[in-house]
Design a binder for this molecule. Structure first.
Ligand SMILES: C[C@@](CO)(OP(=O)(O)O)[C@H](O)COP(=O)(O)OP(=O)(O)OC[C@H]1O[C@@H](n2ccc(N)nc2=O)[C@H](O)[C@@H]1O
Ligand SMILES: Nc1ncnc2c1ncn2[C@@H]1O[C@H](COP(=O)(O)OP(=O)(O)O)[C@@H](O)[C@H]1O
Length: 283
């Protein structure tokens, strides 16, 4: 029998706004945020093996094999489903790590959906999203695959339909620690909850931005540069900075001005993740 094999996309996300409402007793922060996907991401290839072994063949600098969210997702799904099959995995990684564009969470979600398909587990999306939440707060939105207004720590999701512009995403060469930003005493933690849907205009700020910009000069520079052409925003806790443009040509024009010290990429915003579009085609 030839091993079943599948290659799936693992897109990035942006936080179009991010408000911090307060801190829970366990120290985690209550958020309100809007997630939108980018048609840009990694590509993961899976090949079923019948000996139960889970092996990620691509090495990640600084991330040991068993700490990789891809391996963690596969092991959890295997343990919880009782599946006796294993998997060989390769990834073409283009998303920067620790950039606030959710690469690790997206990789975990692509793994859950890919293995659910290849191992023929028949798990419902709700169950996969619940497992995903144990791996990271941003995993459920990638499992569900639709742009969403998120509450709680990001697990209460309401689908939304923001505009889908072209974005220029700048990638400052620094990795921002999410834990460090959430423990900064100067962080705004008392934004009033937005109770009206859809989210009214004028609420697109990211409460993490002032703290990140103060601590990281490279992020500050990226915000200043992009801010000359369009509204420049921070995604998640950074380090990536993004701005919307009405066309690819206009985003490309600004991108062409980037230097070797500040790189970036142009990608279309998308309310349905390219992972889900590909899975739809398979079924
Ligand atoms: C804030 C977001 C927005 O998308 O940032 P990015 O990681 O994408 O930048 C995410 O929800 C991040 O969620 P997740 O990726 O699970 O966070 P982790 O890195 O595990 O969090 C590291 C640490 O930050 C703090 N933390 C994180 C999330 C949260 N809502 N409140 C917190 O206080 C906790 O101390 C946690 O231990
Ligand atoms: N498959 C993976 N891809 C990226 N990062 C991973 C992966 N597995 C574990 N990690 C760890 O998770 C951290 C956060 O990664 P990532 O999701 O890319 O950033 P962010 O949460 O800022 O968007 C990385 O710095 C890395 O140590």
């Amino acid at each position: 029998m030839t091993a079943a094999r599948l290659t799936l996309p693992s897109p990035a996300k942006l936080n179009l706004m991010l408000h911090i409402l307060g801190r829970r007793p366990d120290g985690y922060h209550e958020l309100q945020t809007i997630f939108q996907f980018l048609d840009y991401g990694d590509e993961i290839t899976f090949a079923v093996r019948d000996d139960g072994v889970i092996h990620l063949h691509t090495e990640f600098e600084g991330v040991p094999h068993d700490s990789n969210l891809i391996v963690k997702a596969a092991k959890q799904l295997q343990a919880q489903s009782g599946c006796r099959l294993g998997i060989d995995i390769w990834i073409e990684k283009i998303l920067p790590m620790g950039g606030g564009i959710g690469g690790g969470s997206s990789n975990a979600a692509t793994t859950l959906l890919g293995l659910n398909h290849l191992w023929q587990l028949g798990w419902e999306i709700d169950r996969l999203a619940a497992l995903g939440l144990t791996l990271g707060a941003d995993v459920p939105v990638f499992v569900r695959g639709h742009a969403a207004f998120a509450e709680g720590v990001g697990e209460k999701l309401t689908p939304v339909e923001p505009e889908e512009p072209w974005y220029l995403v700048l990638v400052p060469q620094v990795s921002v620690s999410t834990a460090e930003i959430f423990s900064d005493p100067l962080l705004t933690r008392n934004s009033p909850p937005i109770k009206v849907r859809p989210v009214p205009k004028g609420n697109s700020r990211n409460d993490c931005l002032p703290v990140v910009a103060r601590r990281y000069p490279d992020v500050r520079n990226a915000l200043n540069l992009l801010g000359k052409f369009t509204e420049a925003k921070l995604t998640g806790t950074g380090s990536c900075v993004f701005g919307g443009f009405p066309s690819k040509a206009e985003a490309d024009k600004v991108s062409a001005l980037l230097t070797e010290t500040l790189t970036g990429f142009v990608a279309k915003g998308s309310n349905v993740s390219m992972l889900h579009r590909k899975l739809q085609d398979l079924l």
